[in-house]
Design a protein. Structure first.
Length: 422
């Protein structure tokens, strides 16, 4: 009885402490609860349910998976790894060596030298002469990664086609993990877990944090809910017969990985995420290169959505057409402009509360980041990027807003007809 009483007293004291802290917070900021709700109405309605809901969903699913482990059929289909390369002399040898160290036995490695003018072909030739890889060469660059991958496909014989960027290094067990989901005959493609290798400055560290929070955790949630939209070109796998039936990779967009993923969804095949299949990629180290990359990604996303606009109107596309694609259109495009309008309008309606607006929105989005970071700390197989959690203020106050401006610029220029070059 005394133990129960003590517990109730502790709970009551905690509630009183929280209430006191909240009132002190209001007093210091000189705002009312109604004003807080009015100021944060957009993120409360849009961002909070997604971040907290996603974190809870992922944690519950992770707990369920550990309590009910699934036995997978031990199959070893032939895997063809295609590495498109154009002027990659600095990284191609490192990538080939990581592929040769894979513990998956039934594989072949095909390097496509797409009209390189540097030493890429010469370096790769050392491995081809020893019979370790297949090396194919195009005299003139195709200008498109999709064409280079398709060219390598002609020389492949695997049941599973894996694409790996020339600057991506795979961990020894990556192919084995990437192939496991294909034991289910309904799986048409599998996404690997791409992480940042070159953490050399503030920008690359911010991207390392972003890849963990937005890409790994986002792909986990999307795959579980049947809404995984992008199999990354840096590390992804597709079933050969599916790729052939779809005409391989289309060169008419800049995001061929997004394009083929939507095409696979249209066949009603499943798309899965393999979190343990880890590839370490090189990201832009300068802000100029980062902006150019994100402009291409954003414009390519819009290109692909326009190309596959029929998914919005065909009932038989089910989850991908009814939920996933509309959600991407709403969250990534429409609400991007809504948030910008909200941030511009807030000071007009609450001019006297401009400092409070800054403090409240900053604290809100920092809390959002920490919620997802907590889920990542429990679920991610590679948690070392959590050392960048102290960068959350920079992510919230600078990196994400800048990325939002870059995306808005890319969307508007793409709609205006500008052509983006890879």
């Amino acid at each position: 009885m005394s133990t129960q009483l003590s517990l109730l007293q502790l709970i009551w004291m905690a509630v009183q402490l929280i209430e006191w802290a909240f009132h002190e917070f209001l007093r210091l900021l000189q705002v009312t609860p109604e004003e807080i709700v009015a100021i944060l109405i957009v993120p409360i309605l849009i961002d909070m349910p997604r971040s907290i809901g996603k974190a809870i969903f992922l944690l519950l699913h992770g707990l369920y998976s550990r309590l009910t482990p699934r036995s997978e059929v031990d199959v070893k289909p032939m895997v063809s790894v295609i590495v498109p390369a154009h002027n990659e002399e600095e990284v191609i040898e490192r990538t080939i060596k990581s592929l040769l160290k894979q513990d998956y036995p039934n594989r072949e490695i095909i390097v496509v030298d797409d009209g390189s003018t540097d030493r890429t072909y010469e370096i790769a030739s050392k491995f081809a002469e020893r019979g370790l890889i297949k090396l194919v060469h195009r005299e003139r660059a195709s200008g498109k990664k999709a064409r280079a991958v398709n060219y390598g496909f002609l020389y492949s014989k695997g049941d599973i086609i894996v694409t790996v960027d020339a600057d991506t290094v795979l961990e020894p067990h990556t192919l084995s993990e990437l192939v496991k989901p294909f034991s289910n005959p309904d799986v048409g493609a599998v996404s690997g877990n791409v992480r940042v290798m070159n953490r050399v400055n503030l920008l690359t560290r911010l991207q390392a944090y972003e890849y963990l929070m937005a890409m790994e955790m986002g792909r986990r949630f999307q795959a579980i809910s049947g809404m995984l939209m992008i199999i990354p070109g840096a590390l992804g796998a597709v079933r050969r017969r599916i790729a052939e039936s779809l005409g391989l990779y289309d060169p008419d967009t800049m995001t061929e990985d997004f394009d083929i993923t939507l095409k696979i969804h249209k066949t009603r095949m499943k798309v899965r995420f393999a979190p343990e299949a880890i590839g370490w990629t090189t990201v832009p180290e300068s802000w100029c290169a980062w902006v150019k990359q994100r402009m291409r990604w954003t414009a390519g996303q819009l290109q692909t959505l326009i190309k596959h606009r029929n998914v919005f109107f065909r009932r038989y596309f089910k989850t991908i057409g009814l939920i996933a694609t509309p959600d991407m259109l709403l969250m990534d495009i429409i609400l991007l402009f809504v948030r910008a309008t909200w941030l511009i309008a807030l000071p007009l309606f609450y001019f006297r509360l401009i400092p409070q607006i800054f403090i409240l929105t900053s604290l809100f989005y920092m809390l959002n980041e920490l919620v997802i970071a907590a889920a990542a700390a429990v679920l991610s197989p590679r948690r070392r990027d959590l050392i960048y959690v102290p960068l959350v203020p920079i992510v919230v106050l600078f990196y994400r807003p800048l990325y939002g401006l870059v995306r808005m610029k890319a969307y508007m220029e793409a709609l205006a007809g500008r052509e983006f070059k890879w």
